[in-house]
Design a protein. Structure first.
Length: 100
C-alpha cells in the first residue's frame, strides 16, 4: 500500500515590472512510490498545474517577469524599534561580556 497525503501551500508573487504582489493557494498531493521516492502533484482551484514557482503572468500588466516566494519568505517582517538605552550602560554590558 502506498502512502499518500495532502497539504496546502500559500505562495506570494511579485511582478518585477509593475511591482504588483498577490497570493495564491495550492493543494499539494504527495504520494510515496514504495521505493523511497515521492511524487508531487500541485492543484490550483481544483485543476492540476505546474509547480508554483514557474510560468506565472502578472494579472496587472501581463508580464512574465514574476518572482515567486513561499508565503513565509514573501512577507517581510516589520523592523523592530530601536532600543533607547544609555551609552554608558552599553559600555558596562560589553565589558561584562569581555567584548570591550
Amino acid at each position: 500500500m502506498r502512502d499518500a497525503w495532502s497539504s496546502h501551500e500559500s505562495w506570494v508573487y511579485e511582478c518585477l515590472c509593475c511591482f504588483t504582489t498577490w497570493e495564491e493557494q495550492f493543494e499539494v498531493r504527495h504520494t510515496a512510490d514504495g521505493h523511497g521516492g515521492e511524487g508531487v502533484v500541485y492543484e490550483h482551484d481544483g485543476h492540476r498545474c505546474t509547480t508554483p514557482w514557474t510560468d506565472h503572468v502578472c494579472p496587472n500588466c501581463e508580464s512574465q517577469n514574476v518572482k515567486a516566494f513561499s508565503a513565509p519568505w514573501g512577507k517581510r517582517p516589520a523592523v523592530p524599534p530601536a532600543r533607547r538605552t544609555d551609552d554608558l550602560e552599553l559600555v558596562f554590558r560589553l565589558r561584562r561580556l569581555h567584548a570591550w
